[in-house]
Design a protein around this ligand. Structure first.
Ligand code: BG6
Ligand code: MG
Length: 220
């Protein structure tokens, strides 16, 4: 039976995915690359440097910058993102998430976090939800980003739960792939056109219920 639930952060627990988008959009504009929400789906869940590579390729500017210049661009995006997350408060926890964390805990199930973001600890602190998590992966220790399963495997290992007894929750296509690659049951939050591969999909977080997720896991 299920022993752990491992959450993504941005776009699942809080809507910081919108801030990542805003910051990339602004950086893109400063170097003549326009992005829209559709393209942004390819950045969700993906590490900072890989996101930059994808942005540059999107604007056909992948050969225009040295490694050092790319580092500077990524830093600029992060500085903007950090400005935006200064406004994050516990009111920004997405609907249904607090109840979900409480219900999972009450069931005696472990909770982990597998976020690609190096800002995850800060956001968790601002949301005041650190107490719910038994383990939060430090993404700076992860060598292969999502869609590679490494980050979810790391979380499971730290929680001392076999993958087959873990459930992962994600809003990104790369994240669903990472969960399934780790051999876990994937709960998706988002549109079926994007997250159709999820083992169980809901359109938004208010539709996440622990009894329902557990049922789907057991029937899988
Ligand atoms: C993921 C986001 O959680 O973290 C991505 O979905 C982001 O959009 C990635 O690029 C890395 O985040 P950061 O904060 O380390 O740049
Ligand atoms: Mg996400």
């Amino acid at each position: 039976s299920v022993e752990a639930v491992i959450f993504d952060l941005d776009g699942v627990i809080t809507d910081t995915a919108a801030y990542h988008y805003e910051a990339w959009k602004e950086l893109g504009e400063s170097i003549g690359i326009a992005i829209d929400e559709e393209f942004n789906e390819q950045l969700k869940g993906v590490s900072r440097m890989e996101s930059l590579e994808r942005l540059l390729r999107h604007g056909n500017r992948q050969d225009d910058f040295t490694e050092q210049e790319k580092e500077k661009l990524a830093t600029r995006k992060n500085e903007q993102y950090k400005r935006l997350i200064k406004r994050v408060t516990p009111d920004d926890i997405l609907p249904g998430i607090k109840q979900l964390l409480v219900d999972i805990r009450q069931d005696g199930i472990k909770i982990g976090m597998a976020s690609a973001s190096k800002n995850a600890f800060e956001v968790v602190g601002s949301l005041k939800i650190a107490e719910y998590f038994d383990y939060i992966v430090d993404s700076s220790t992860v060598s292969k980003g999502k869609p590679d399963p490494e980050i979810f495997l790391k979380a499971a290992e730290a929680l001392q739960v076999p993958s087959s007894r873990c459930i992962g929750v994600e809003d990104a296509e790369a994240g669903i792939e990472a969960i399934q690659g780790a051999g876990m049951f994937a709960v998706g939050v988002g549109k079926p056109q994007l997250l159709g591969k999820a083992d169980y999909l809901v359109e938004n977080t208010s539709l996440l219920s622990w009894p329902e997720i557990k049922k789907r896991y057991h029937h899988s």
